[in-house]
Design a protein around this ligand. Structure first.
Ligand code: AMP
Ligand code: GLY
Length: 424
């Protein structure tokens, strides 16, 4: 079968690499891909938002399954467009993707489904939000733009003044554009974060191993939030008992609530959790694989990914064997451009990729890279994701940083403490 993967980041490189290993995969295409996917699959120069061109390509190239990586095309209805064209694709339709596309929708659904989450209020008027903040106690609070904002529309505030400033930024100065037309203001939760992802066909849930992301830019969780500076899997924060609890009290009721709402969910359901003293609570849902969580997850997944995703699309996840995992943990370190998550320059030649590729149990997934003549250069904020297996998390970390040491470009940097929370 020919497979088309949509997107061009580290997640899509990991998907392409894993799918290409399936004995049933013939040609694997990535649109638009990056310099790394060009090595493990075939790049197609079509952008992820050009649905007519993607559909044409899928038809002309006998694509049997399209896998959608990022949230933006899902929220814009790419799966519905493929359905209408009679083409199979993996991911939720537009109505179900609102779970990530609208934080207001997500919070209301969680409340209706009795899924533990932070207490909240929603606002479409900044004056009312200001009044609400002034009328209540001066406590830590989180202000969120309703819509998609590339992970940046969430402002965690220590006190009322910061919250008032956040409301101004989101709703008046429109720092995140139309995403700020509505807002969620919610209680700040304390604890450690974990990512629990599941593949679902809308009836059955195949829960993946728990992972942990590192969203803040700098060591010790300092600095601004990013798309994720590293991840590891599994995380000891979520043991088997807690994973089962999350499945029963978070994932199952969410899938049922979406079905009841007439928005059946098929795809990856990704719960971003805060593990609090009162147990896990949902911070947010994503409707696709996490980036970079996908990279360590797929390093460890032994079951044929194409079989699983196809079973989900065909509604027969209840009939597949339980997922098989490499027992060894995996750690993924994101190497970024100087200045990320702010502005950065691109076009710097990257050296040492071949040396890193020689290391055992290491895979370098590309994110923001591009080939220019005979050189690979940085072309984005998050550039490469060095991912490694090891007999322990400490060993996997060592292996990943061994790969990092090989790779250089002008301004390259990374966090040095990925997975330390699990080791400490
Ligand atoms: P989200 O996009 O909703 O996951 O938010 C991004 C990040 O903001 C999360 O990974 C958390 O670190 C933080 N965050 C979001 N909501 C809360 C909350 N209610 N309490 C504390 N931190 C939060
Ligand atoms: N790693 C967080 C995300 O993919 O949104």
């Amino acid at each position: 079968m020919n497979v088309l993967i949509i997107g061009g980041g580290g997640r899509e490189h990991a998907l392409a690499w894993r799918i290409a290993q399936s004995p049933r995969a013939e040609r694997v295409f990535v649109a638009p891909g990056n310099a790394g996917t060009a090595g493990d699959a075939e790049n197609v120069q079509i952008s992820a938002d050009d649905f007519p061109a993607l559909i044409r390509f899928a038809r002309q190239n006998d694509v049997g399954l399209t896998i959608v990586g990022p949230e933006a095309p899902l929220a814009a209805g790419i799966v519905d467009a493929f359905d209408e064209a009679g083409l199979r694709s993996f991911g939720p339709g537009k109505a179900a993707a609102e779970l990530e596309g609208s934080k207001v929708f997500c919070k209301n659904l969680l409340r209706d489904a009795d899924v533990p989450s932070a207490d909240y209020h929603t606002f479409d008027n900044p004056d009312e939000a200001v009044k609400y903040l002034r009328d209540r106690e001066n406590v830590p609070i989180v202000v969120k733009a309703d819509g998609l904002a590339a992970g940046k529309g969430v402002i965690v505030c220590h006190d009322r003044d910061e919250a008032l400033e956040a409301v101004d930024q989101i709703a008046r100065r429109k720092a995140f554009g139309a995403a700020g037309n509505r807002m969620v203001i919610e209680e700040r939760l304390d604890g450690q974060e974990a990512s629990v992802l599941a593949i679902t066909d809308g009836q059955t849930i195949a829960t993946l191993q728990p992972a942990q992301d590192h969203k803040p830019a700098y060591d010790g969780d300092a600095g601004p939030n990013t798309g994720g500076m590293g991840a590891y899997c599994p995380t000891p924060l979520v043991d088997d008992k807690m994973l089962h609890w999350v499945e029963q009290h978070v994932l199952v009721p969410t899938v049922h609530a979406l079905k009841r709402a007439g928005r059946p969910f098929r795809g990856v359901l990704y719960a971003g959790l805060m593990v609090t003293n009162q147990g896990p609570k949902v911070l947010e849902y994503n409707v696709r694989f996490g980036d970079p969580e996908c990279q360590p997850l797929l390093m460890r997944l032994k079951t044929d990914l194409l079989d699983v995703l196809e079973a989900a699309v065909e509604g027969r996840l209840d009939r597949i064997e339980p997922l098989q995992w490499d027992p060894r943990p995996a750690v993924c370190v994101v190497m970024a451009s100087e200045g990320y998550p702010g502005s950065y320059t691109t076009g710097h030649p990257i050296r040492g990729l071949d040396a890193a590729a020689q290391l055992p149990d290491v895979k370098v997934f590309h994110a923001g890279t591009k080939r220019v003549n005979d050189q690979i250069v940085n072309a984005g904020g998050r550039v490469v994701n060095v991912t490694a297996l090891g007999d322990s998390i400490a060993q996997a970390k060592l292996n990943a940083y061994r790969g990092v040491k090989c790779i250089r470009w002008n301004g390259a940097w990374c966090r040095k403490d990925i997975s330390d929370k699990a080791i400490g």
